[in-house]
Design a protein around this ligand. Structure first.
Ligand SMILES: Cc1ncc(COP(=O)(O)O)c(C=O)c1O
Length: 404
């Protein structure tokens, strides 16, 4: 963990920028002081179990590792500019099978993670000062990518009562002549929202009418296995439509360190995007992409289905355990990151976070770290095995019962 000192000086600069330039967001929304202070407390305590990580504790399927090693041995180690053709083809097929999208391999651009994908898109379409609508709470990586591309984040508040979806009417109200992009995650991070088809249809209609580009990040798509359906907003338009889909191998295929993501772009965006993509990093790791081809193959599917079931089991266990302790959880996140409702305690998120940390040595961010819309919630990443989740629940029992 970085020192509180190191955190605060870098973050203070961003916070000052935010307070000056971001409409509707204040320095305290960025929660700099809280975050640094909580990190400091955690660093001084022994044996803290953290629920903050969004990095799956599983590794890639054995077939994926074998395919990458084989590529290395075979000398498939050269540049692969837009991406290895076999991978672009496999991703196009995946979108047609799983996402009801018609995608040509040429629309698929391979990037160094979804992070680079978001950066590449924003840098392609934004002029300095252009507005990007995004949710509050928001995924911090997106927020930083907007600032880095010299954009202005404009927030659309989301609420548990409407499943943490961005309300299309609210989106429409926030559009100005400077609005270029609507950027959101589905399933949501940190919210865990799983967007309904009707909401997505309304969003596409607004985007087409008001000339706004939709950029959706679907990185947690694979973890919606509890009977709800993940609907890709890209399936509601065609290859000329205003939707860019971002996805990747980090979460759905347990490959965070492999640094592989992808963009499905409308045809008219491909040429300018290629230029920015080229300037950022030329190409993604070629042998790793051969591993990724195997990740999408039928051979790897049983391994990953076990992974998704394991995450679902943890999620059910943890949210049920909190409910049994008296901290009722009505909302269940779609992915393996999500929010925990602490409103019943009558305390602030930071107070509850600190109490859990000091009394139970369990560290779960106050969701205000992801924007003011996180007040009343904690944010968790369920990246610990079930036996550790049981240990966490055991530790939390006393403090949760005391607080509710
Ligand atoms: C919503 C979301 N998008 C993008 C990323 C970055 O992912 P990648 O490892 O593919 O760059 C993350 C990582 O936590 C994320 O949660």
């Amino acid at each position: 963990m970085r020192s509180a000192q190191g955190y605060s000086s870098a973050d203070r600069r961003v916070a000052r920028f935010v307070a000056t330039h971001v409409r509707g967001l204040t320095e305290s929304d960025y929660a700099v002081g809280d975050r640094a202070r909580l990190n400091e407390i955690a660093a001084a305590l022994p044996d803290v179990i953290s629920l903050n990580e969004g990095d799956p504790d599983f590794t890639a399927a054995p077939a994926v590792v074998e395919a990458a090693v084989e590529a290395l041995r075979a000398g498939r180690t050269h540049y692969s500019h837009g991406g290895v053709p076999d991978l672009r083809e496999a991703i196009a097929q995946k979108h047609s099978q799983d996402n009801a999208m018609r995608v040509a391999p040429g629309q698929v651009v391979i990037t160094n993670g979804a992070a680079e994908a978001v950066t590449a898109i924003l840098q392609t379409v934004l002029e300095p000062g252009d507005e990007v609508l995004t949710t509050n709470p928001y995924y911090r990586g997106h927020f930083v990518a907007i600032l880095t591309a010299r954009g202005r984040p404009i927030f659309v508040d989301t609420h548990e009562e409407s499943g943490w979806e961005a309300d299309p009417d609210e989106i429409a109200r926030r559009i100005t002549p400077r609005t270029k992009v609507l950027l959101f995650t589905n399933p949501g991070n940190p919210s865990g929202a799983v967007y309904q088809r009707e909401t997505l249809e309304a969003i596409v209609e607004i985007a087409e009418r008001r000339d706004v580009l939709i950029v959706v990040d679907e990185l947690y798509e694979r973890y919606v296995i509890d009977g709800r359906a993940h609907v890709s907003i890209g399936s509601l338009t065609d290859e000329q439509g205003p939707v860019v889909t971002i996805n990747g191998f980090s979460k759905g295929y347990c490959m965070t360190g492999w640094r592989l993501g992808w963009i499905v772009a409308p045809l008219w965006l491909l040429r300018p995007l290629a230029r920015v993509r080229y300037s950022l990093s030329l190409s993604a790791s070629t042998p790793n992409q051969w591993g990724a081809v195997a990740a999408l193959s039928a051979a790897a599917r049983p391994y990953y289905d076990d992974v998704y079931r394991a995450f679902q089991q943890r999620k059910d266990f943890f949210y049920n355990a909190l409910t049994q302790m008296g901290l009722t959880q009505d909302f269940r996140p779609g992915g393996f990151v999500g929010m925990v409702d602490i409103r019943k305690t009558g305390r602030t998120s930071v107070e509850v976070c600190e109490a859990m940390l000091r009394e139970a040595r369990v560290y779960a961010w106050s969701a205000t770290v992801y924007g003011s819309g996180g007040e009343g919630w904690l944010r968790v990443g369920l990246t610990k095995p079930l036996d550790v989740m049981r240990q966490i629940a055991g530790r939390l029992e006393g403090v949760v019962r005391r607080l509710v």
